[in-house]
Design a binder for this molecule. Structure first.
Ligand code: ZN
Length: 182
């Protein structure tokens, strides 16, 4: 089933910001659970034969579809909801903290922007950032996923938004953050 969160936000008065963020947390948790489970099955299948045959997809159709639907629901929340972003206040220009995801020996420096569902998650990450950049001061702002992604639209090294990173390991691709139900 596909749920449009934009509609929920605008047409359901009982749906508050806190509810949407806890729903997002649930969705990400569920996504990771199903994804891990599928990956285990893929590994098991690959230990028996060299490559996955067509029946694998057929046999796990339901799970694969469910995964796609959950990801789509996450995309919609990220598009329209405000997240906390963390900036480094001491650099010459106030600069959003970005996380490099490329390996050190790679030529390009691909990065994700960490976005946080609440202050608690943001503060946990700031503690870790402080360990990496000792002489620094971090400040928080709020922006919707859509606003952040638009700012990096021209940047080829920008991969997407990392929700509650580094605590969580979940990145949503920049090109996936979208709105499709009017
Ligand atoms: Zn959509």
């Amino acid at each position: 089933m596909f749920i449009c969160f934009k509609k929920k936000t605008y047409f359901n008065d009982y749906y508050t910001y806190g509810d949407i963020m806890s729903e997002l947390k649930e969705l990400v948790k569920k996504f990771i659970e199903i994804d891990d489970d599928l990956n285990e099955k893929i590994e098991a299948a690959l230990s028996e034969s060299e490559e996955l045959d067509d029946t694998f997809e057929e046999e796990h159709k339901e799970q694969i579809e469910q995964l796609g639907n959950i990801y789509h629901d996450i995309e919609h929340i990220v598009f329209s909801e405000e997240f906390i972003i963390v900036s480094n206040a001491k650099s010459e220009q106030k600069e959003i903290v970005a996380l490099i995801i490329s390996e050190e020996d790679e030529e390009v420096e691909e990065f994700v922007i960490p976005v946080f569902t609440d202050e608690e998650e943001a503060n946990k990450a700031i503690e870790l950032f402080k360990e990496q950049f000792e002489e620094n001061e971090f400040v928080c702002d709020k922006k919707t996923g859509n606003e952040i992604v638009s700012e990096y639209a021209e940047d080829e090294e920008f991969i997407g938004l990392a929700i509650n990173a580094p605590q969580w390991d979940f990145v949503i691709g920049g090109e996936d953050v979208h709105e499709c139900c009017e």
